[in-house]
Design a protein around this ligand. Structure first.
Ligand code: BGC
Length: 357
């Protein structure tokens, strides 16, 4: 059902992990992870596992309506940036909305993050799934094709949060959809993510121009501060003297996932089969001892260390790990193809697993 009032929906697993989503922006609002170790009494005196919140979120739900951080939202129709808000399909230009200088960020000013989504399943009953859908009309923000999008949020008994996004179109159109939650695995997530340790399965990353658009070059991580093949502290990264990091107040870059089949645009080859998810990254907080591991079937991983967070948040209070096609793909024939055609099904599965042992 479509509503224009923000509604909360919660699902949980057998060990008490709770996932709460909102019908606005299909937001992932809260993930409460049960901790092993001492149990604590609940409101009726029973001893239950202590839980910790691993997302940052505004104090008031209404703040989501006016935020510009894309916090928790599903971003698209094309997450990340398209240079000069323009791309060609079959030689014909498509001019799309510019909402960041001359470029288009996260699908333009009225992206999927600003929509009230239809709730198809609200998690009540035995399904353990929240399902939402929305439509983006032909020409919305300049993109061709009526795009139908569905997102399925799930939680499994081995503490995995699954986000499964699918889309169809009636005209060829570039599609790139991801989740934009800001993680902070500390016991108190008022603190920054500086003490977190990050590992990323990438031998290469995409250096960017000052407007966030990747340069033509793909750079090796070896001998740079972008080398997360072994776990590294984010504090070390944030103190880096690399111009790419200083000028962004952290990282806001795309990593080329090592095992992904990111060969050049084979027909229908814009995604890995869902059974072949790639382990993309892991994030660890010594404060909670929680490790979060991320899998995806997409070739790139945008890592954004919350460099511009302000207002009720502070810079670096959360980190986004956003699997996706590479930025500006519609203008980069050398990147894997993101064009969705009528009759095809776009699928993006993200799995975030939590473990504190
Ligand atoms: C982008 C950042 C942008 C942020 C908006 C991220 O996905 O990479 O450049 O500032 O979204 O919150």
């Amino acid at each position: 059902m479509m509503s224009s009032k923000i509604e909360k929906m919660t699902i949980s697993n057998d060990s008490g992990m709770e996932v709460t989503c909102l019908n606005y922006g299909a937001i992932l609002h809260s993930i409460r992870v049960p901790l092993s170790g001492a149990k604590v009494p609940n409101s009726i005196g029973a001893n239950v596992k202590q839980k910790t919140e691993v997302l940052i979120k505004p104090k008031r739900l209404e703040s989501y309506l006016t935020q510009d951080n894309y916090m928790g939202t599903i971003v698209g129709r094309f997450c990340n940036r398209i240079e000069n808000s323009n791309f060609e399909i079959d030689g014909k230009p498509n001019l799309i909305d510019s909402n960041e200088g001359t470029n288009c960020l996260h699908g333009g000013s009225d992206g999927l993050n600003k929509k009230f989504w239809n709730v198809e399943k609200n998690g009540n009953g035995s399904s353990n799934e929240i399902i939402m859908s929305c439509e983006s009309a032909d020409g919305e923000n300049g993109f061709p094709g009526n795009l139908k999008v569905q997102v399925v949020y799930g939680v499994t008994n081995d503490n995995k949060v699954t986000i499964d996004i699918s889309a169809t179109t009636d005209r060829q159109t570039p599609v790139n959809l991801t989740g934009h939650a800001y993680f902070n695995l500390n016991l108190s997530n008022d603190s920054t993510i500086k003490q977190h340790q990050l590992q990323v399965a990438a031998d290469h990353f995409l250096p960017i121009k000052s407007d966030g658009i990747p340069l033509l070059e793909t750079r090796e991580v070896i001998n740079t501060d972008f080398d997360f093949r072994r776990q590294q502290s984010l504090e070390k990264l944030l103190l880096s003297d690399d111009e790419q990091i200083i000028s962004n107040n952290g990282i806001d870059h795309n990593f080329v996932l090592a095992q992904s089949h990111h060969s050049k645009s084979s027909e229908g080859g814009h995604q890995l089969p869902l059974g072949e998810l790639v382990k993309a990254a892991s994030l660890y907080s010594p404060s909670s001892n929680i490790t979060m591991t991320l899998w995806t079937n997409k070739p790139g991983l945008q890592i954004y260390t919350g460099n511009h967070l302000g207002g009720e948040f502070k810079a670096h209070q959360g980190i986004c790990l956003e699997p996706q096609f590479f930025p500006n793909t519609p203008n980069r024939p050398d990147y894997p193809n993101c064009l969705l055609k009528p009759g095809e099904l776009y699928r993006h599965k993200m799995v975030y697993q939590f473990d504190d042992e």
